[in-house]
Design a protein around this ligand. Structure first.
Ligand code: ATP
Length: 656
């Protein structure tokens, strides 16, 4: 999608949305269901991080009070005499605190991960559900790999944010604050000295942050590109294409290119972080030496403001600051890249479900649908969502003349099909036949006019009712990578074994299934590649027979099946069509001959309508199409204005 402007409001590389307060609010709202757990994690972090500061203070107490508290010469050896009672208590505390901290830490990690993974699970579910209801238009304009990348990589990336970044921020804030307080209490002068270089760090952080942010965004995009390339080229259709064109080398090079880019970016990302830590680390390794030096100066001036315990405790506290400060300095980058991930997910969640149930949508049980279909002055085009479309001034303003690109794919289509009728759509390739069939199940919505089922605008019908009353058999049969049984049950999940077999029998596929070693439990490969074209079609027909919809949309296959296979498919179609309203994109002679009404479509308009005999008699486009094909015996013929016809199968069947 790079460089192609906006599709569905999805930004391209040059069009990244700024991340604002809105995103932050939404991120917080994703945690709302886990409030209590988040609260517990927070409490645990405050307790454990706060307890961390106690140990250095205990060190000071051990040195100054327990070990060297008494004046020299008190003990037998002449040195200071340790206060053993006090020492035991301090030591007990020094042992107990890390144990308590460790135990709380385990609970905290469990809860934080639990929250993180639950938020991820929710996001994945919401995203998948949202995508399921996105209109076909979205999928025809978005790469599958891109969608998969958002579901897998982006949602996956969010988890680290939730479990690590957020917990780290809180822990670091508590550690830094408590440590700084303790340091100031010990010696504010030394604290100031330790913090003197902070402005330099801040400057460095801003610079490093910017660089990392840029690299992180690019990494995520390259990852999406790589997933898309993989998806496109390693799918069955993709690999078939690259093998048949001998383009494997080209695909390998393309993959290598993206992969090299990704590695380069990842190395940069890691290195930027590492160099930054190296600088911070060096500073923190050097500062104790500076502290000793300054302490020496202070003591040499005869001051008693510092004890040995103070200095040891101070440097211990100071070393505790290294990791929290280092990671806090990078936090803005981390937050930003995490918010960027959230934003990519929200972007998809915000995509408008252009085709959705109207608030007053009507539900009709499938058995109560009579099955009349009507198009009333329907205008349709693919390129823009309906709300962005200007209303055409008048049909005559539109460039519809021969040879001029059409503004509209369908122009003022009006037709009526009675319940139980067979309507055949016939016309040159690209005329708009498939598009007409898309409008009935609302795969797209019309821009003007309306499509009606039983006199009711399809936009007023609940999508579920619509889906239940329409069955579609397309040229390309899609089967899931699972058993034949499960593929069939997709048509009717509650079907009994008898129903399943009856449907398979009616679709002329039962015998073939029975021949397979595992019968109905045979697994068909991805998209059913283990079955022949004809077998797949018959399986698809059986699936729709099971569904038993009132309205059938049939896109007859143009792919050449052998005569036997062709007959089997045709025989399977007959029981499927009987008793239902059928709209068939007709490629077979038998279909147009038995059609109650034939609509001849040319350049988005219905130019003729009637029965086969009536249309032949009229001697128009239909007669020409029929005549040319029949006479020429061609699989694909050309009509007078040079458009390739897609009714070639009519001839094959007719002449064969
Ligand atoms: P065929 O018999 O070859 O399948 P058809 O009569 O079914 O042709 P349609 O598939 O309805 O024709 O296409 C009508 C026009 O709409 C064609 O010019 C086609 O290029 C265009 N078209 C089809 N699908 C889309 C789409 N998703 N986006 C944009 N234009 C499309």
């Amino acid at each position: 999608m790079r460089g192609h402007g906006r599709f569905f409001g999805i930004p391209t590389e040059t069009d990244a949305r700024p991340i604002g307060k809105h995103t932050i609010r939404r991120v917080i709202s994703t945690f709302a269901p886990y409030r209590r757990r988040v609260g517990l994690v927070g409490l645990a972090i405050v307790v454990t991080s706060g307890l961390g500061v106690v140990n250095p203070l205990l060190i000071k107490a051990v040195f100054d009070n327990a070990l060297f508290g008494s004046p020299p010469g008190v003990c037998a050896g002449g040195g200071p005499c340790p206060d053993l009672g006090l020492l035991y208590r301090y030591v007990a505390l020094m042992v107990a605190i890390p144990i308590v901290t460790g135990v709380i830490g385990i609970g905290q990690t469990y809860l934080a991960n639990n929250v993180g993974l639950s938020v991820m699970q929710d996001l994945r579910n919401r995203l998948y559900e949202h995508l399921q209801y996105m209109p076909l238009r979205f999928f025809t304009t978005t790469r599958t790999g891109e969608i998969q990348s958002r579901l897998a990589n982006d949602v996956g990336g969010v988890q680290t944010v939730v479990t690590d970044t957020t917990s780290n921020i809180l822990a670091n804030v508590v550690v830094i604050a408590s440590t700084l307080i303790a340091m100031t209490v010990l010696s504010w002068q030394l604290t100031v000295l330790s913090l003197a270089l902070m402005p330099l760090f801040l400057w460095l952080t801003v610079k490093v942050g910017r660089a990392r942010r840029e690299v992180a965004t690019n990494t995520q995009k390259t990852l999406a590109d790589l997933t898309a390339v993989t998806e496109e080229t390693l799918s069955v259709s993709g690999i078939l294409l690259s093998k048949s064109f001998g383009r494997q080398r080209h695909e390998i090079d393309r993959f290598r290119g993206e992969n090299t880019r990704l590695t380069g970016l990842q190395i940069r990302q890691t290195m930027i972080g590492r160099s930054f830590f190296a600088v911070v680390g060096t500073f923190f390794s050097i500062t104790p030496a500076l502290v000793y030096l300054v302490a020496g100066w202070v003591l040499s001036n005869g001051s008693d403001a510092l004890t040995a315990g103070d200095i040891v405790a101070f440097t211990t506290l100071q070393s505790r600051l290294f990791f929290p400060i280092g990671s806090m300095l990078q936090v803005s980058t981390e937050i930003h890249s995490s918010l960027a991930l959230f934003d990519r997910i929200f972007e998809y969640l915000d995509l408008k479900q252009e085709i959705a149930d109207a608030p007053d949508a009507v539900r009709i049980p499938p058995t109560e649908v009579r099955g009349s279909v009507a198009f009333r002055n329907v205008w349709f085009r693919y390129d823009t969502p309906p709300e962005e479309r200007p209303t055409p001034v008048s049909p005559t303003d539109l460039a519809t003349a021969n040879g001029v690109p059409r503004d509209w794919t369908l122009e003022g289509i009006s037709l009526e099909i009675e319940p139980g009728q067979l309507a055949a759509l016939v016309g040159p390739s690209g005329a708009g036949k498939t598009t007409i069939t898309y409008l009935v199940p609302r795969l797209y919505d019309v821009q003007r006019g309306n499509v009606e089922i039983d006199g009711l605008d399809v936009r007023k019908l609940a999508l579920e009712s619509l889906g239940d009353s329409i069955g579609v058999v397309t040229q390309e049969t899609y089967l899931f990578h699972t058993t034949i049984r499960r593929n069939l049950l997709y048509g009717k999940p509650t079907a009994s074994l008898e129903e399943l077999e009856a449907a398979a029998l009616a679709a002329n596929i039962h015998e073939r299934i029975a021949e397979l070693p595992e019968g109905y439990d045979t697994i068909v490969g991805e998209r059913g590649y283990k079955l022949s074209g004809g077998e797949k079609q018959r399986l698809a027909i059986a699936r729709v027979i099971l569904k038993d919809p009132r309205i059938l949309i049939l896109d007859e296959a143009t792919s050449s099946l052998d005569t036997r296979s062709e007959r089997l498919v045709q025989a399977a179609l007959e029981p499927l069509m009987t008793g239902r309203t059928t709209i068939a994109i007709a490629h077979r002679l038998s279909t147009i001959l038995s059609a109650d009404v034939i609509f001849v479509v040319e350049r988005g308009k219905i130019v003729e309508r009637g029965t086969h005999d009536e249309l032949l008699e009229r001697g128009g486009l239909y007669a020409r199409l029929y005549d040319q094909q029949f006479r020429g015996g061609l699989v694909q013929a050309e009509c007078e204005d040079g458009v390739v016809l897609s009714t070639g199968e009519v001839v094959r069947t007719g002449s064969g």
